[in-house]
Design a protein around this ligand. Structure first.
Ligand code: NAP
Length: 305
């Protein structure tokens, strides 16, 4: 019998993981924000996953952070800006040898979470799977993809990867998770903020080739300076390939802004600019992009942290 997976956050990715694990017979418990959300969750009867147009309800037991059952395995599936606070509330419940899987996009939140729970093993994930909420407790599986998992401080793969195999969650263990996270972060910085500022789909950036190329050059410089040369390789080519391959899509940051939702800017472009400053690297175009994006978010009443 597998150990219980506690899933923190019943949003898009949390639901995508919780429902597939539960479907495979792996014990799962869902941790929701507070008592009020728990009542609402119980009234809904479970989580619904919509896959290939078909909706299926999974009756996964729910609880709040205040429950007292020990936690051995925790999937942290909230946004990057919520992760530290959410994990801090659960720290007293972590059993010796507990493992956390951090699904947050960007960089910065993983280290901040790990610093809070030194007794636990923190594993970072980088996922290309896509999902969105089309109602409370209801998620649509929008894009099949892959999840890379790794622990920068400890190369040995955990035993529970077999639960992911049983659940049909496509994944791979990697010893260079930081390279993957940095590469994804660089792609994000070269594409997402510009789609917001130019108010366009990803493909619209084909009209802003020079601006994209300038950002890629600065991002390459930064990656090389902070010991991530593999993440810098042929960055511009890949950015151009992604822009072409996803031309019809709106970036995640574009969608957040269009829906008046808080963005994860502080863990994306904000993180990049902070790391550059720490290395005393002058990257004027990235800094200017951050300033423009911050001003734009503020003009819409959205936070920039
Ligand atoms: P999401 O749909 O907004 O879900 C986040 C969930 O976390 C919400 O249900 C929220 O609760 C919950 N939450 C926040 N604080 C909490 C707390 N203290 N206790 C319990 N629950 C808490 O976010 P998402 O799209 O799944 O994204 C999660 C992370 O994965 C992000 O970093 C994102 O960039 C990354 N990611 C997402 C995708 C995707 O396709 N969605 C793909 C790749 C990576 P409420 O419901 O109460 O607000």
């Amino acid at each position: 019998m597998s150990m219980t997976w506690h899933v923190l956050g019943a949003g898009s990715l949390g639901t995508l993981w919780a429902t597939r694990l539960a479907r495979a017979g792996v014990p799962v418990r869902l941790i929701v924000r507070d008592e009020q959300r728990l009542q609402a969750y119980r009234a809904a009867g479970g989580l619904t996953l919509v896959e290939h147009g078909e909706a299926k309800l999974y009756e996964i037991p729910g609880e709040t952070s205040d429950s007292d059952e020990p936690i051995n395995r925790l999937l942290v599936a909230c946004k990057a800006y919520d992760a530290v606070q959410a994990v801090a509330r659960l720290a007293p419940r972590l059993a010796p040898g507990a493992e956390l899987i951090l699904l947050q996009n960007g960089l910065g939140s993983q280290d901040a979470v790990a610093a809070q729970v030194p007794q636990a093993r923190c594993i970072s994930a980088s996922s290309t799977e896509g999902a969105f909420r089309d109602g409370d407790w209801r998620v649509v599986f929008a894009g099949h993809g892959y999840t890379w998992l790794g622990d920068a401080g400890h190369p040995v793969a955990p035993i529970w990867l077999e639960d992911l195999t049983a659940a049909g969650i496509p994944h791979e263990w990697t010893t260079d998770i930081l390279t993957r996270l940095w590469r994804k972060l660089a792609l994000n910085c070269a594409i997402n903020p510009l789609t917001v500022l130019h108010d366009c789909r990803n493909g619209g950036l084909q009209q802003h080739h020079c601006e994209v190329a300038t950002l890629c050059a600065e991002l390459t410089e930064l990656l090389e300076r902070c010991g991530q040369p593999a993440a810098a390789e042929h960055l511009q080519q890949e950015v151009e390939r992604v822009i072409q391959a996803t031309a019809a899509n709106y970036s995640s940051m574009y969608q957040d802004v269009a829906n008046q939702r808080r963005t994860e800017i502080s863990y994306l472009l904000g993180h990049v600019c902070r790391v550059a400053a720490r290395h005393q690297l002058n990257l004027p175009h990235l800094n200017q992009l951050e300033a423009r994006l911050t001003a734009h978010l503020h003009s819409l009443g959205l936070p920039s942290d």
